[in-house]
Design a binder for this molecule. Structure first.
Ligand SMILES: NC(=O)c1ccc[n+]([C@@H]2O[C@H](COP(=O)([O-])OP(=O)(O)OC[C@H]3O[C@@H](n4cnc5c(N)ncnc54)[C@H](OP(=O)(O)O)[C@@H]3O)[C@@H](O)[C@H]2O)c1
Length: 333
């Protein structure tokens, strides 16, 4: 049996169960492709996976984002060739754009093996051509965050040019992509962050205003009309986000980094005529739309830092501390 290097979760709960180790090299079957990975991308999801994957279950290869070169294709696949440069689309079994994913939808890495490995085998529909203008690191960190940002901004919140959008938690990987995408369609972008350094970086990335997450948002933003809030911080910012939304505005939620449970004053909510939308990842159809959008606007994801596959644990600790601005790339080969 040939083996490959991989980063897996096994044996112990949480981050203590993360190991750089040997795993069996996967082989392709019908409908699948094998990709030799050059880079992968780390997401907050990889930390959440450590809580959901049971330590006594078989070792699970972590990682939902990646890019590489096709090494083998199933006999029935004729639209993908060995040698094609591809990005991984982490949305499994969600082909067409729809109001919600089908019941069989899964995100790559739990239950299936993920991208923190020298190679991966996955359904052929889950690879797409790598945008030529992106480096391997940029391509490897793109899809999970950019697809999430694309669906929440366009499919779900239906952002329009000229609107003012508030993005709490500017430093997150998805938030940096949201800033770039919202600016590309002509929106005014306001961000919040607890870190002065991240606020400065968000302004350099194109945000029009950056405020301190710990201050009184209503006071700081009293001269603004916020049409749309894109929330992913959760409990720590939920009240503040709703407080600054204009009557009739939309709040879209796709994450809850700082806690899932919030309270909602229903009377204030219905008097305010607000719209609340939830969003999660996106379909393969939306992934292609997202890649077209990126190719058109030549948007490059912000890379905070690059770690080798053997140092993935260090990268995970950095995300745990929340000190990154943008995406963390994992270099594989
Ligand atoms: N539904 C989906 O399909 C999907 C896909 C991707 C991501 N997500 C979710 O989206 C969120 C962001 O993901 P990510 O990987 O980009 O996360 P991340 O890089 O870990 O960023 C989280 C951000 O939240 C802010 N934050 C955390 N705790 C806070 C607190 N107590 N008060 C104020 N701000 C706080 C921080 O902003 P500052 O440091 O700037 O203050 C931080 O940059 C996660 O919850 C993730 O699970 C969901």
């Amino acid at each position: 049996m040939s083996v490959m290097k991989a980063v897996v979760h096994k044996g112990e709960a949480g981050i203590a169960g993360v190991h750089y180790t040997d795993m069996p090299e996967p082989t392709v079957s019908k409908g699948q492709v094998k990709v030799r990975l050059k880079t992968a991308g780390l997401n907050h999801r990889d930390l959440f996976t450590l809580k959901r994957h049971r330590p006594d279950d078989p070792a699970l290869i972590l990682g939902s984002d990646g890019a590489g070169v096709v090494e083998a294709v199933g006999k029935d696949i004729d639209h993908i060739d060995v040698g094609d440069e591809v990005v991984i689309i982490p949305s499994l079994h969600w082909k067409n754009k729809s109001a919600a994913p089908p019941p069989e939808f899964e995100i790559l890495s739990l239950p299936d093996h993920g991208t923190f490995a020298e190679a991966i085998v996955l359904p052929a529909e889950n690879v797409a051509p790598k945008p030529l203008y992106l480096s391997w690191e940029e391509a490897g960190v793109l899809t999970l965050g950019a697809l999430t940002a694309y669906r929440v901004l366009f499919t779900r919140a239906q952002i329009k040019a000229g609107q003012t959008v508030l993005i709490p938690g500017a430093g997150s990987g998805v938030a940096t992509l949201l800033i770039q995408m919202a600016k590309a369609v002509g929106a005014r972008v306001i961000v919040t962050s607890r870190s002065a350094e991240k606020r400065q970086k968000a302004l350099e990335l194109g945000a029009d205003r950056a405020i301190d997450s710990e201050h009184d948002w209503r006071e700081l933003l009293k001269d603004e009309t916020i049409d749309l809030v894109i929330e992913s911080v959760g409990a720590a910012t939920w009240d503040k986000s709703l407080n600054v939304l204009k009557p009739g505005g939309t709040i879209a939620v796709f994450g809850a980094s700082a806690g899932d449970v919030v309270s909602l004053n229903l009377r204030d909510f219905f008097y305010g005529q607000y719209t609340l939308v939830g969003s999660t990842l996106g379909s393969i159809e939306e992934a292609y739309e997202m890649l077209e959008f990126f190719n058109k606007h030549r948007i490059k994801p912000v890379i905070d830092s690059v770690y080798s596959l053997s140092d993935t644990l260090l990268a995970m600790k950095k995300i745990e501390q929340g000190s990154q601005f943008g995406k963390i790339a994992i270099k594989i080969s």
